[in-house]
Design a protein around this ligand. Structure first.
Ligand SMILES: Cc1ncc(COP(=O)(O)O)c(C=O)c1O
Length: 442
């Protein structure tokens, strides 16, 4: 008898769940068994309104026919092709389609399987780029406090979330951090980009003065920091970072794993802020979250720096077995078709004012100490319970789920990022659930 058959179907212990309170979950499991458009269905048959696009990824809503059909057809025709030294048509078609929607200047795409791998790829690409140009001393990487760049060693090293770092040893060497831009005492309840804090970008000059520009390869930031609780860049901050990077020959990497593919009402955050990075990392929305895939965009300048030497030699010693996997490519093509047909990469811009008003109507509700929004992202920050950080927001999450809304919490912050197909009525419904929950919890 195979091992598999010996496992009782209702035994929850074998699965060690990621970023989950495992013991709490297994006492009272929350299971989704189906999904369609804006809703999940739970194992006890309830509909739950998706306020988080799964994990910031299901931008076009759930079980969209174009994506499902594309995956089915590709799986029946070409299931896998080696990613190294071989190609298949879908990956080339997808690359051209992605470059078409990407910010100007992004001309090449490198595939990964997740946001974390996109980040590792971008960091390695940046260091190797300088070396390929004969500038091999540029190896330092600059991240930012409260940044989230996935969970691999490069990502947690440049990242700035203490719980993601403190258990895992000394991390990468040669990393420094900009200060975060969260200034609640000055910017609380700002609608959109905060007024105060652009000068925090000047801290990069201090870091350059400490290490010397000739040792720094790249700065990586999320244009809008998502997983740390939605920190919106102060007006002018990203522009200043760009200027300082350019002045010192440092590459600017935008981690757009969350902000890519329409989340701010523009295809990418680089478009929203009018700032051109050198490398953009993406994942999540590239396949609508349906099949794991990440895509790293690079400028021609970066790509071409590698294209030297004998032509039979590999130029970039990097890649994954599943880079540009045919079924993931099919999912991404179906996703891009859906985005295009329904105008989803810009729909957020139309809805953003309504979304903003709805969110800010929660000002004055119990426990609320700040509300932040941009595009179709929102955050409601709650005062923590003394001595029990995160508990209040976690209670809100559980209560919202019981009432029929999926929200996400990080620390004591409720973070919202609904699918881009949400209607005004569903925005009201989501916010009403949260209002009721805030009135219920301790
Ligand atoms: C900005 C950012 N970078 C990287 C990641 C990591 O992505 P993944 O979980 O697909 O590895 C995330 C995930 O939320 C993210 O928000």
């Amino acid at each position: 008898m195979s091992n598999r058959l010996k496992v009782a179907p209702n035994d929850l212990s074998a699965f060690w769940m990621p970023f989950t309170a495992n013991r709490q979950f297994k006492q009272a499991p929350r299971m989704f068994v189906a999904s369609k458009d804006m809703h999940y269905t739970t194992s006890d048959g309830r509909k739950v309104l998706d306020g988080t696009a799964g994990l910031w990824c299901v931008n076009a809503g759930h079980c969209r026919p174009k994506i499902t059909e594309a995956i089915q057809a590709q799986a029946a025709e070409l299931d896998y092709a080696p990613a190294f030294q071989m190609g298949h048509p879908a990956v080339f078609e997808l690359s051209n389609r992605l470059v078409d929607v990407a910010p100007a200047g992004m001309e090449h795409v490198f595939y990964t399987n997740s946001g974390s791998e996109s980040v590792e790829t971008a960091l390695k690409m940046a260091i190797a780029y300088h070396r390929a140009k004969g500038d091999g001393a540029r190896t330092r990487l600059i991240g930012r406090e409260r940044g989230y760049h996935g969970v691999n060693f490069g990502g947690i090293s440049v990242g700035g979330i203490v719980n993601n770092r403190k258990m895992f040893g000394s991390l990468l060497t040669g990393v420094d951090h900009l200060p975060h831009t969260h200034l609640p005492e000055k910017n609380a309840f700002t609608r959109g980009e905060p007024e105060h804090g652009a000068e925090l970008a000047n801290e990069l000059e201090r870091i350059v003065a400490l290490h010397d520009a000739s040792t720094i390869a790249a700065v990586i930031v999320e244009p809008v920091a998502g997983s740390t609780g939605v920190l919106i860049p102060p007006k002018g901050y990203l522009q200043k970072l760009r200027e300082i990077c350019t002045k010192h020959g440092i590459l600017l990497i935008f981690d757009e794993v969350i902000t890519g593919f329409g989340r701010l009402g523009t295809p990418f955050a680089a478009d929203y802020f009018g700032v051109q990075p050198d490398i953009i990392t993406t994942a999540k929305g590239v396949t609508n979250g349906v099949i794991p895939m990440g895509a790293v965009f690079a400028t021609k300048q970066i790509h071409d720096a590698f294209m030297t030497g004998p032509e039979h030699l590999i130029e970039f010693f990097h890649g994954y077995t599943y880079s540009g996997n045919p079924i993931a490519c099919a999912a991404a093509l179906g996703t891009l078709d859906t985005y295009k047909e329904e105008g989803l990469l810009t729909r957020g811009a139309e809805l953003a004012p309504y979304w903003e008003d709805a969110l800010h109507s929660l000002k004055g509700e119990p426990h609320v100490i700040d509300i932040r929004n941009i595009g179709l992202i929102g955050a409601i920050e709650l005062a923590p319970i003394a001595g029990q950080p995160t508990k209040r927001a976690f209670s809100a999450f559980l209560k919202a789920y019981e009432r029929g809304a999926l929200i996400r919490t990080t620390g004591d912050i409720i973070a919202l990022s609904p699918p881009l197909i949400i209607t005004k009525g569903q925005i009201n419904e989501l916010i009403d659930h949260i209002r009721e929950v805030l009135r219920m919890i301790d």
